[in-house]
Each structure stands twice: as structure tokens, then as C-alpha cells.
Design a protein around this ligand. Structure first.
Ligand SMILES: Nc1ncnc2c1ncn2[C@@H]1O[C@H](COP(=O)(O)OP(=O)(O)OP(=O)(O)O)[C@@H](O)[C@H]1O
Length: 707
């Protein structure tokens, strides 16, 4: 047992001794009261001083904050409670102060102790152990701030909510009135009046609830739109490394399901909490007026359930995170297989894929089973607690009825109120649990929203005239997924303005990495790349993407029309410009063959086109930008030789800097200068003829091996 617990027990014992003294005195003197409310507060003050001194002595002058909170609770609970009774006492039965009975002597310290345990262990204790809880509060407050632009809607929604609840609470009262009138000899007009009031409250309840629901839904839709826009904007700013490290399925799940979930949970729970709180307060007032002892017992049930719910919520939050990750993985697995169905079919790997998917489903099933077991245990314990409290209440009610302090009718009314009040409290606790379990989701979404892209800020340069000379100065670069294996090691090379340069080398040599750096998809770890003598990051990003165009072997096209794909990312690109680019690239036949010409829908990812046609579209997309530097990364590999020649002839304008990427020397005969890259290093460079002499044997050998 810890030191704090032992000290707490001593303090409790001392409190019981302190309380029993005046009670014993009152009993001996046969007094029924000890000075009304003033006496209770005075005794509370005396207790506060005595217990403080006792605590300081007990802890050698260094009391723990938990003990001080217990002392405060022991001293203040009774005066506060009595003040409540005093304020709520009906005029027919004026307040006479606490009566000396044993139940009160035990109930006071018990309630204080319970409240203390709930606070320290269940709520506050959790906060101290788990650093994420203050974060949770901060995250929820931040989440609420996103509702700010809809404050007016929210104020109206909450207003309608409170009006609706008030109408709801009065409906049973008027129902009772009408029933009473049916039994008696009420005048026809007053019966009609009571029915009218009942109808009015029912209509009010329906109307206000409808308005409240509509306004909440509207606010939620607006919040979702705002958050999705912000998140998508933030994602689009991130560097390419980020997308390599984070799986696209998971990012898309954050953007859609998570944003929906966080908005829904926070808005609906706030709605439910306000509704339940108003209802609970109204019912609590009525219940206290019926019997405070039974109300205290009902209220003891609440913190016990709160502890249980708190524990369950923590577990359920972990389960939910696990399940969500699992769902994202499964979704990814399925979409990968469906997306790559041609490859799957050609390798006859359907059974393997099914087995992989089944394994993933089994994993998800196991988590769901564990969650179900925990949920069943939680439900059982919760029911047992409720049952135990109910038995205690019946025992207490029996003694109250026997002593004549409670009528059977009042007991029935009390029990009639108890169920809806427990439901309201349960709803509040449930909402709390739900909100806490959504904190993980909120924190992940916010972490993406707050993420600062790890790439250099774009510059301001956008010169009208660009020569297109490019220099790599000692460039070293590694991918984040393989930080110890640099893809480029101190590479220095030069692309002369207006000339065609070829990067040649075996697979994995670093050609594509050079191209990616040139397109600023990544930034070098060391060294720099100069364009017309200026570092690449000094140029405006938009300018750079327009002046340096890349056509890769597997171009990415988007669903939409042919024209949309050609003019992708360009504003105000006229049809004439598109037609000119198509003519230059000699692919006008391809366009004329299409059903709706430029307005033909090419399907998702361009699936209605052949691989060669996709390459043609990508070439036109680059041409339409009239770039000064054009990079052809095996851009025509899927075209037949004749088309390849005519396309190349058309696109290579005089004075343009061209970078061609290839595996073999014989495909880059036109190049003015060839750079041979191997294992991330420049190993040879020169003209085609020079290289054929130097590396011809090597190439002949390689080509024999490959072809
Ligand atoms: N996204 C990536 N993450 C981690 N490593 C990568 C990534 N892309 C390439 N690499 C590694 O970087 C090195 C250079 O690859 P790069 O793609 O630049 O070579 P390449 O010469 O273009 O090859 P290929 O001719 O086959 O396209 C290789 O070792 C490769 O494994």
C-alpha cells in the first residue's frame, strides 16, 4: 500500500472521529439540530483547520496534493450539500438543518472518498500517467475552434436543442394533468385547454428537435468540407519522400473516413452531452426533492460507472486504432490486387492473393474477437455494479418507508425518474468515451495538417529567357527508405544548353534519380544543381515545371478527357496550342481516331489507351508547355521504330536542351554528349563514338546477355 493511501486512511479515520463527536453530543443532549446551515459551515471550517494540521503532522509538513484535495472534499461536501438542500427546500417544509443519524455519518466520508478515488485514479490519475490526456483536451479544444465560422448555426442549434428538451420534460407533466382531468369532473373547456397545451409542447418538441437536427447536420457538412480542403491542401504541399513513407490507402482513409468521423463524433457528442446534461439537471432537482438519501445512492453509481467506462474507453481506443490500421491495410491489399489484376492473372497468383487477403482478414477478426470479449466483461461488471446499488437502494427505501419519511407513491415516482436519469448519465459517459476514443484519429489528422513540408522553399526566379544549361555539382542523394545506400554519390555532370545529352547505364545506376532531382521531386542531400548558373530552388516552382518537362517511360494520366490530360496544370491553354503540339509530336492520327477527338474520356489512369498511346499523350503534354529543357526517360520505348523516329524528329526543336535516358548506347546515337552512370557515379563520358570505342566491348557483352 502506498504512503498516500495509508495517510488517506488515517485522515478518513480522523474525520470520522471529528464528525462523531458533535453527533454524539447532539444525541446526548437530545437536540435535533446543531444550528442550521451556519452551524454546518462553521463545523466545516473547524474540520478544515483540524484536518489540515493533522495532515501536515502526518506527512512531516510535506502533504501530497492528493491528500489536500481529500481534506478539502471531506470538509466542504457536507456544507455544500446542505446549502443545496436549504435552497431547494419547499416553503411548506422549511429547512431545519441536518438531523443526527448514522447513515449521514457514514455516507459523507464514503461519498468524499469515492469522489477522491474517482478523481485521482479514474480521471486525474490517468491524466498524470498518460501524457496524451492534456493533449487530448488541447486537441478537442482545437477541434472545436474549427467550428468557429459556423458559430451562428451552432448557437441556434443549441438554442433549439434546449427548447426541445424543455418541451420534452414538460410533456409527461401535461400528460399527467390530462389523465387527472379525465378521472375528475373537469370542465370541458379546461380539459380542452390542457390538451391544447399538451399538443403545443409536443409540436414544440418535434419542431425544435427537427430544427436542431437540421442545423447540426448542416454545420457538420460545412466543417467536413473545410477540414477536408485543409487536409488535402496540406497533403499536396508535402515532399515526395512523405508519400513514399506513407501508404496512399492510409492517407486517403485519413482524408475521408477520419475527417468524417472526427467531425461527426465531436458535433454529435456535444449535442448529446448538452441535451443529457439539461435533462439530468432537471430530473436531479425533482429526485432530490423526493429523497436525498436515494439520490445520493443513485449518484454513487455514477462515479463507479465512470471509472469502468474510463478503463473501457482507453482499451476501446486502442482497439479502434488497431482496427482502423487493419482496415486501411486490407483496403490497400485488395485495391493493389484488383488494380494489378492483369499481372495477378498472368502469374496465376489468384490463390496466393486470396490467401494473403484471408490472412489479413483473420488478423482483423482476431482483433474484433478480443474487442468483443473485453466488451462482454465490461458489460457484465457494469450490470453487477448497477444491481448492487439497486439492492442497497431498496434496503434504504424500506427503512425510509418504515420511518414514515417516504411514501410508496414517491418511491414509485423516484424509480420512474431513475431510469431516464441513468440513461442520460450513461449517454454523457458514452459520449465522453466516444470522444476520447476519437482523440487518436483527431491527433493523426492534425499531425498531417501541421506537418511542415521538408523541402526547400521555392524561389522567385522566373527569367523570360532561359538557355537551359544544367550543371550537377558533387550531388549526393539517398532515398529516405534506404538512407545508408546513396542512389547518387558525388555526381558532377554538365548538360550543355541547346544540346542533346544522354544518360546511359545499367539498371540501378542512378539515371532516374538524376531526373527526379532535376524535376525537383527531391532535393540533393549534398551538392547542388544549377540551371543557367542559378541553383534550382531559386526558381519559381511553376516556372521550373513549365520550362523543364519530363516524359517518362510509364507516364501517369488521370481520368478525364484527352484535352484535360494534355493541358494538365496549365491555365488558359487554347485548343490551337494543343493542336500545334499534337502536330509537332506527329500524333494527329491518334487524336483523329478517337471517338470524340479531344473530348474523348480516356478512363481511369488512361486505361482506355494502349501503353504506346499513353506515351504519345505524355509527349504532347510536355510539348504544349514549350519547354526549354526536355527530359526523355525512355519516353518512346513502347512505340514502334517508325513512330519513334517521327515523334523524336518533331519534338526536338533546335536550341532546346535535351536529356535522354537510356540503357543502351545504340539508342542514343543522335546525342551530342553521353554520360555513363553506374552505381550512382559517373564512370565515363564523351561522344557516342568515343564511348563506343571505350565501352563497346562492355556493351556488346551486356547486349548479348540481355537480347
Ligand atoms: N523510391 C526509392 N526508394 C529507395 N531506393 C530507391 C528508390 N528508387 C530508386 N532507388 C534505388 O536507387 C538506386 C538508383 O535507382 P534509379 O532508379 O535512379 O536507377 P536507374 O539507373 O534509373 O535504374 P533503371 O534504369 O532501372 O530505371 C537503385 O539502387 C535503386 O534501388
Amino acid at each position: 500500500m502506498s504512503e498516500v493511501t495509508i495517510c488517506g486512511l488515517f485522515i478518513l479515520l480522523f474525520d470520522v472521529v471529528l464528525c462523531s463527536a458533535p453527533w454524539a453530543g447532539l444525541l446526548l443532549l437530545q437536540c435535533s439540530s446543531w444550528g442550521g446551515l451556519a452551524g454546518v459551515w462553521a463545523f466545516g471550517a473547524v474540520k478544515l483547520v483540524s484536518l489540515h494540521v493533522f495532515t501536515f503532522v502526518l506527512t512531516d509538513g510535506k502533504p501530497q496534493p492528493e491528500l489536500l484535495r481529500l481534506v478539502l472534499l471531506l470538509c466542504l461536501l457536507s456544507p455544500v450539500f446542505e446549502s443545496g438542500r436549504f435552497l431547494m427546500a419547499p416553503p411548506s417544509e422549511p429547512y431545519t438543518g441536518p438531523s443526527p443519524d448514522l447513515t449521514r455519518l457514514v455516507l459523507g466520508p464514503m461519498a468524499s472518498l469515492l469522489a477522491c478515488v474517482v478523481w485521482e485514479k479514474g480521471l486525474c490519475g490517468k491524466t498524470k500517467k498518460n501524457d496524451s490526456m492534456p493533449d487530448a483536451r488541447r486537441l478537442l479544444i482545437r477541434m472545436l475552434k474549427y467550428f468557429r465560422p459556423d458559430s451562428l448555426y451552432l448557437v441556434a442549434a443549441f438554442g433549439f436543442l434546449i427548447l426541445g428538451v424543455i418541451c420534452d420534460t414538460f410533456i409527461p407533466l401535461y400528460q399527467g394533468n390530462v389523465i387527472d382531468m379525465l378521472r375528475g369532473q373537469a370542465v370541458q373547456s379546461s380539459l380542452g385547454y390542457a390538451i391544447g397545451e399538451l399538443v403545443l409542447f409536443s409540436l414544440g418538441s418535434a419542431l425544435f428537435s427537427g430544427l436542431r437536427g437540421g442545423l447540426f447536420m448542416c454545420t457538420l457538412a460545412r466543417l467536413n468540407k473545410r477540414l477536408k480542403h485543409l487536409l488535402f491542401h496540406s497533403l499536396l504541399q508535402q515532399e515526395v519522400h512523405f508519400f513514399e513513407e506513407n501508404n496512399p490507402g492510409r492517407l486517403s482513409s485519413r482524408l475521408h473516413s477520419d475527417v468524417d468521423r472526427m467531425g461527426r463524433t465531436v458535433a454529435l457528442n456535444a449535442n448529446a452531452v448538452v441535451r443529457s446534461s439539461v435533462k439530468t439537471s432537471l430530473m436531479l432537482m425533482v429526485m432530490l426533492s423526493l429523497s436525498w438519501e436515494l439520490t445520493v445512492l443513485t449518484c454513487i453509481e455514477m462515479p463507479l460507472l465512470a471509472i469502468l467506462q474510463n478503463k473501457y474507453s482507453t482499451m476501446s481506443r486502442e482497439f479502434k486504432d488497431e482496427i482502423q490500421d487493419c482496415h486501411a491495410q486490407n483496403k490497400d491489399l485488395a485495391s493493389q490486387t484488383i488494380g494489378g489484376i492483369r499481372t495477378v492473372r498472368s502469374f496465376k497468383a489468384e490463390k496466393d492473393e486470396l490467401r494473403r487477403y484471408n490472412k489479413a482478414l483473420d488478423h482483423l477478426g482476431a482483433i474484433n474477437r478480443r474487442k468483443a470479449v473485453y466488451s462482454a466483461v465490461f458489460l457484465l461488471v457494469r450490470r453487477l455494479v448497477t444491481l448492487a446499488i439497486k439492492i442497497l437502494m431498496l434496503i434504504q427505501a424500506r427503512s425510509l418507508i418504515l420511518s414514515g419519511r417516504l411514501s410508496i407513491g414517491s418511491l414509485v415516482s423516484f424509480f420512474l425518474y431513475q431510469k431516464p436519469m441513468s440513461n442520460s448519465l450513461r449517454e454523457i459517459l458514452y459520449c465522453y468515451g466516444e470522444t476520447v476514443s476519437t482523440v487518436g484519429v483527431i491527433s493523426k489528422v492534425f499531425s498531417y495538417l501541421d506537418r511542415t513540408p521538408k523541402c526547400k522553399k521555392e524561389g522567385e526566379l522566373a527569367p523570360e529567357k532561359l538557355e537551359g544549361g544544367i550543371v550537377f555539382q558533387n550531388v549526393t542523394f539517398s532515398y529516405h527508405s534506404a538512407p545508408d545506400k546513396p542512389a547518387l554519390k558525388s555526381v558532377s555532370l554538365k548538360l550543355q544548353a541547346g544540346k542533346m545529352t544522354a544518360l546511359v547505364g545499367p539498371s540501378g545506376g542512378g539515371k532516374t534519380s538524376c531526373v527526379s532531382l532535376l524535376k525537383r521531386l527531391y532535393d540533393p542531400d549534398e551538392g547542388q544543381i544549377l540551371l543557367d548558373g542559378e541553383p534550382l530552388h531559386h526558381y519559381k516552382q511553376k516556372y521550373l515545371q513549365q520550362k523543364v518537362a519530363l516524359v517518362s517511360q510509364n507516364p501517369v494520366l488521370f481520368s478525364g478527357t484527352l484535352r484535360y490530360n494534355i493541358t494538365y496544370g496549365l491555365t488558359n491553354c487554347t485548343l490551337e496550342k494543343v493542336e500545334e503540339a499534337v502536330k509537332k509530336a506527329s500524333v494527329d492520327d491518334l487524336v483523329s481516331e478517337m471517338k470524340d477527338g479531344y473530348d474523348t474520356d480516356i478512363g481511369e489512369g488512361g486505361r482506355n489507351l494502349s501503353e504506346g498511346q499513353k506515351q504519345c499523350i505524355a509527349i504532347v503534354r510536355a510539348m504544349v508547355r514549350q519547354p526549354q529543357v526536355i527530359i526523355l526517360d525512355e519516353a518512346t520505348s513502347k512505340l514502334d521504330v517508325q513512330t519513334q523516329n517521327s515523334v523524336l524528329q518533331g519534338i526536338l526543336a533546335p536550341g532546346q536542351t535535351v536529356l535522354v535516358v537510356a540503357h543502351q548506347l545504340n539508342t542514343v546515337e543522335r546525342a551530342d554528349h553521353i554520360i555513363f552512370l553506374e552505381d550512382g557515379k559517373v564512370v565515363e563520358e564523351g561522344t557516342h563514338q568515343e564511348l563506343m570505342v571505350k565501352r563497346g566491348r562492355y556493351y556488346r557483352l551486356k547486349e548479348e546477355l540481355f537480347f
